[in-house]
Ligand binder design. Structure first.
Ligand SMILES: [Zn+2]
Length: 213
């Protein structure tokens, strides 16, 4: 999310019918290209769902997870919410991770935030719709704990914090303690102004000392 941008100017936006039709036409072009370049892709996708990666990202429209990683369909099991949070009290994320990690067997859990995150900025400034401020309460607490005032630094801290919260989930603990198929954790921040992903170092030693892993 950008920090509560103005809606598109109705004077310059295309007619609504044309706007939505462009997406469906885009789908048709995509299907034709895939069938031409790699015949059999769709029947194969329909037959099998074994994604290696479970990725929790922000809703931000500028973060195209598949495109920015050049991942093929079937590789990324996605869950998105405002400011890429893993809240153990959220049944949606619990269901996603129980399914993606526990049932489908993803081998990597990635939390991916981004620079210029509207949810993180809302938490920092305490401004935004009440539902958003309520949702980002854990990030507001992180601001108080760390004293950080830089939104992009807060995005980095938030990614690590969300992975710590993931460690409270049984499916994640089972994954990292599995004898043969070890679940790996990764924290990323996507930089909007460069398109590059920053791989955040994780405090593995501290987590071990705290008994989290
Ligand atoms: Zn965001």
């Amino acid at each position: 999310m950008t920090p509560f941008p103005a809606p598109p100017d109705p004077e310059s936006a295309p007619p609504p019918e044309e706007e939505i039709r462009s997406l469906l036409e885009g789908n048709r072009r995509w299907v034709e290209a895939v069938e031409r370049d790699d015949p059999g892709t769709f029947p194969e996708l329909a037959r099998r769902h074994r994604p290696p990666f479970a990725l929790v990202g922000c809703c931000d429209a500028r973060m195209p997870m598949d495109l920015m990683t050049s991942a093929s369909p079937g590789h990324l099991f996605l869950h998105r919410n405002v400011a890429n949070q893993i809240r153990p009290d959220d049944p949606a994320i619990r269901a996603s991770l129980d399914f993606g990690l526990g049932v489908l067997g993803a081998r990597h859990l990635i939390v991916c935030g981004h620079t210029g995150c509207g949810g993180v900025t809302a938490a920092l400034r305490g401004k935004g719709p009440p539902s958003v401020l309520d949702w980002v309460t854990p990030i507001r607490e992180l601001v108080l704990e760390t004293g950080t005032e830089d939104p992009d630094e807060l995005s980095r801290l938030n990614v690590v914090h969300q992975l710590e919260r993931a460690l409270e989930l049984e499916v994640v603990q089972e994954g990292i303690r599995h004898p043969t198929r070890v679940l790996r954790l990764h924290g990323w921040v996507f930089c909007l102004d460069t398109g590059r992903i920053e791989d955040i170092p994780l405090p593995i030693d501290r987590w071990r000392a705290e008994g989290r892993i």
